[in-house]
Write a protein that binds this ligand. Structure first.
Ligand code: URA
Length: 248
């Protein structure tokens, strides 16, 4: 008999969601064990011994783990369902049988690299701040931020009473009314890049995620996806910076 494990871990192992998201589902009363709704976090279950249901459907272990990199277009939500009926990212994965979910999020109007998997442990490692997985974005911002403002972002600025971790920034192109900037961060706060540029008075007008760690889109066109291999996964955790930044 397999050893007992926490309910949220079981749900993520079975591909329902990342552990963090599974905790939310438990708190929302969407998970049942042997017919009883569980909302407390400490519940231990033994796979095979108890029956677990999510939104009324039995949860069974996935046969294999799968890792997908999608080039998300604008206009798609990174949740698995949307009460407003907007298109969801998983609708772009024709031919994928496994129940995968996005690792982290991208805003509706943000495009670019989005990982999807049914491997809760890997999703957790990528999302956990201790692993400092870098995420690189190309942001087109209004106006021309002065170098003093860029330095403040690089050092870390206060956002909602909490300082951001140091960022790496490179000016890619100055246009007449906007600037294209490459920014690498390793946190994943909600709307973080947009909030950072808002804080220095240069709002983002277009945002694209170029890479997780050293895993880039590498020619993948908008709306297309590829299945990742072990060597691709290793690139995610490589903390090499992709772009030559001034101070690195
Ligand atoms: N930062 C943002 O502001 N939006 C995203 O979608 C991703 C990072």
């Amino acid at each position: 008999m397999p050893s007992p494990l926490r309910l949220q871990k079981f749900l993520s192992r079975c591909g329902v969601a990342s552990r963090r998201k599974a905790e939310e589902y438990i708190a929302q009363g969407r998970v049942q064990v042997d017919g009883k709704v569980i909302t407390a976090m400490g519940e231990q279950i033994t796979p095979g011994k108890q029956k677990v249901y999510f939104d009324g459907k039995e949860v069974v272990a996935e046969e294999r783990f799968i890792y997908i990199l999608l080039n998300k277009p604008k206009g798609y939500v990174t949740t698995l369902s949307d009460p407003q009926g907007r298109p969801i990212v998983t609708s772009l994965l024709s031919g994928i049988q496994e129940r995968v979910y996005p690792v982290g999020r991208l805003d509706l109007d943000t495009e670019g690299a989005l990982l999807l998997t049914n491997d809760g442990d890997l999703a957790q490692s990528i999302l956990h701040p201790s692993h400092e997985v870098t995420k690189t974005y190309e942001a087109e911002v209004k106006g021309h931020p002065p170098s003093e403002a860029i330095k403040r972002l690089e050092k870390g600025i206060l956002l909602e009473n909490r300082k951001t971790a140091p960022a790496k920034i490179q000016i890619k192109q100055q246009k007449t009314k906007t600037t294209v900037i490459i920014i690498t961060i390793h946190e994943g706060r909600k709307r973080q890049v947009k909030k950072m540029f808002e804080a220095i008075g240069h709002p983002v007008i277009a945002l694209k995620r170029l890479a997780y760690g050293a895993l880039t889109l590498d020619g993948l066109s908008l709306g297309k996806y590829k299945i990742l291999q072990q060597k691709d996964l290793e690139k995610i955790f490589s903390n090499k910076f992709l772009y030559k930044h001034k101070n690195s």
